[in-house]
Design a protein around this ligand. Structure first.
Ligand code: SF4
Ligand code: SF4
Length: 60
């Protein structure tokens, strides 16, 4: 399972970026963060540190 960031909840604090062991999280032009689904390993670390609970499992 991989994770995704809900842009409606992300406040662009970038806390998640430095926590990802796979370097799968980057900044989008609007300052919010996005997860590269081809790099995410599904560890859930980013979801546990996000203060806005903006990172959720991508159940596609
Ligand atoms: S930790 Fe959460 S609120 Fe902060 S940039 Fe990441 S997804 Fe957005
Ligand atoms: S679930 Fe793990 S590998 Fe995927 S983006 Fe979050 S911290 Fe990175």
């Amino acid at each position: 399972m991989i994770y995704k960031i809900d842009p409606n909840n992300c406040i662009g604090c970038h806390t998640c970026m430095g926590m990802c062991p796979a370097m799968a999280i980057s900044t989008s032009p609007d300052g919010k963060c996005v997860i590269d689904p081809t790099k995410c390993k599904g560890c859930g670390t980013c979801a546990s540190v996000c203060p806005m609970s903006a990172i959720v499992p991508d159940n596609k």
